[in-house]
Design a protein around this ligand. Structure first.
Ligand code: ATP
Ligand code: LTN
Length: 333
C-alpha cells in the first residue's frame, strides 16, 4: 500500500480564533484528514514572544483545542497536540537556531511588523521565531504545510534551513511545500480593509465565539467603499471593502463571485452587508455551540491532547535523534 502523504499545521493560541484563521487555513484542515496523515498543533511556545497573561493563555489553549475539534478535526483520525507538550520542538529549535542566519531573520516581514508594534519588547524569541517554526515543521517530515498567505515567507525560510542542513549532513529533512487556499487566503479587517483581519483589532475582527448579534453588528458597520457606483462588484484594488465581503460570502456559501454579483445586482451595499453577516452567523453557530459543549468536558479534552502528545512525541523524537547524531552529540545510551 502506498504511504499517505504527511501534512502539518498550527496556529498560535495568542488570541481568540477569528474568521480569517477559519476561512484561511482551519476550514480546509478537516478535508485533508482522509487523504493525508495529519498533524495539527497549538503553537503555544510561540505565543510568549509577546507578553501573555498566564491564566488567559491557559484558557485560550483549552478553547482552541475544543475549537479544532468543533471545526471537524476528529482526534481519532489525526494527531492533535499542544506544542509545549512535545519537548523536541524546543530542542530542535535550538539546533536550527545555529543553522539560521542573522541576515535572513532580519528580512522577515512578520518580525519587522511585530518589532515595530512592540518596541519595548523586541526579544530574541521574536527574532528567532522562524527557526522554531522550522523545527515544528521538520520534526514531522511533512509534504505540505497549509497556511494563510502571511505565513508563506516562514515556510520558505524553513525550506532554506532544511536545505542548508541537508547540504551539510545528507538527506535528514524532507523539504515541505506551503499550501495556500485560493479563496479566503487573506481576509481583511471589517473596519480597515487595507489591513488583514487580526486578533489585535477586535472591532474589525469576527471571532469564532462571537455572539450572533455582535457578528451582525460588525457586518452592518463594515467599512465599504466611497465610490459612487455602490454596486456589489469584485474589484480588490478599487473596492477593497466590498471585495473583502464578497470573498467572505463566497467562502461561507460556496457561491462564485459572479453568482454573488448577479444575486445582488441593483441592491446596493445596504442589502449585501446584513446578508453576509447572516451567512457568517449560520456558519459559525454550530462551531460555537460544539466548542461550548466540549469545554464543559475537561476530562475528554485532556484525554485528547495527552494521546496527541504521545503520538507526536514518538515521531518527533525519531527525527531529533537523527539530527543529534548527525551533528555529533554523544547518545545518552
Ligand atoms: P496576529 O494578530 O498575532 O497577527 P493572526 O490573527 O494573524 O495573529 P496567526 O496565529 O498569525 O493569526 O495565524 C494563524 C493562521 O491563520 C495562519 O495560517 C495565518 O496565515 C492564518 N491567517 C491569519 N489571519 C488571516 C486572515 N486575515 N486571513 C486569512 N488567513 C489568516
Ligand atoms: N506561525 C504560525 C503558527 C505556526 C505554524 C508552525 C504554522 C507555528 N509553527 C508550523 C504551520 C507550521 C502562525 O500561525 N502564526
Amino acid at each position: 500500500m502506498e504511504e499517505k502523504k504527511v501534512m502539518l499545521s498550527g496556529i498560535q493560541p495568542s488570541g481568540d480564533l477569528h474568521l480569517g484563521n477559519y476561512l484561511g487555513p482551519l476550514r480546509h484542515w478537516p478535508e485533508m484528514i482522509e487523504e493525508f496523515d495529519c498533524y495539527f498543533f497549538l503553537a503555544d511556545l510561540h505565543t510568549i514572544t509577546v507578553r501573555q497573561d498566564p491564566a488567559q493563555l491557559r484558557r485560550r489553549v483549552l478553547t482552541q483545542v475544543a475549537q479544532y475539534i468543533a471545526c471537524g478535526l476528529d482526534p481519532e483520525k489525526c494527531t492533535l497536540f499542544i506544542q509545549s507538550h512535545v519537548p523536541a520542538h524546543a530542542q530542535l529549535g535550538w539546533v536550527l537556531d545555529c543553522y539560521t542566519m542573522f541576515g535572513e531573520l532580519s528580512r522577515m516581514t512578520q518580525f519587522k511588523d511585530k518589532a515595530a508594534k512592540q518596541k519595548e519588547n523586541i526579544n530574541a524569541g521574536l527574532f528567532t521565531y522562524p527557526a522554531l517554526m522550522a523545527a515544528d515543521i521538520l520534526l514531522y517530515q511533512p509534504d505540505f504545510v497549509p497556511v494563510g498567505e502571511d505565513q508563506k515567507q516562514h515556510v520558505e525560510i524553513c525550506r532554506d534551513i532544511a536545505e542548508r542542513f541537508n547540504g551539510i549532513y545528507g538527506e535528514v529533512f524532507k523539504i515541505p511545500a506551503p499550501h495556500i487556499p485560493k479563496v479566503g487566503a487573506r481576509i481583511m479587517s471589517l473596519n480597515d480593509p487595507s489591513s488583514k483581519m487580526s486578533k489585535s483589532n477586535l472591532e474589525g475582527c469576527v471571532t469564532l465565539m462571537d455572539k450572533p448579534e455582535d457578528i451582525l453588528r460588525k457586518f452592518k458597520r463594515a467599512v465599504t467603499d466611497s465610490d459612487t457606483e455602490r454596486c456589489v462588484r469584485f474589484a480588490p484594488q478599487e473596492k477593497p471593502g466590498v471585495s473583502n465581503l464578497i470573498q467572505i460570502y463566497a467562502a461561507v456559501t460556496g457561491k462564485s463571485f459572479e453568482e454573488i454579483e448577479e444575486a445582488f445586482a441593483g441592491k446596493g451595499y445596504g442589502a449585501f452587508k446584513p446578508a453576509v453577516g447572516e451567512a457568517v452567523v449560520e456558519t459559525l453557530r454550530p462551531i460555537r455551540e460544539e466548542t461550548e459543549r466540549l469545554l464543559a468536558d475537561k476530562a475528554y479534552l485532556e484525554g485528547v491532547y495527552k494521546a496527541g502528545a504521545e503520538r507526536a512525541s514518538r515521531v518527533a523524537e525519531k527525527t531529533l535523534r537523527k539530527v543529534y547524531k548527525k551533528v555529533g552529540f554523544v547518545p545518552r545510551g
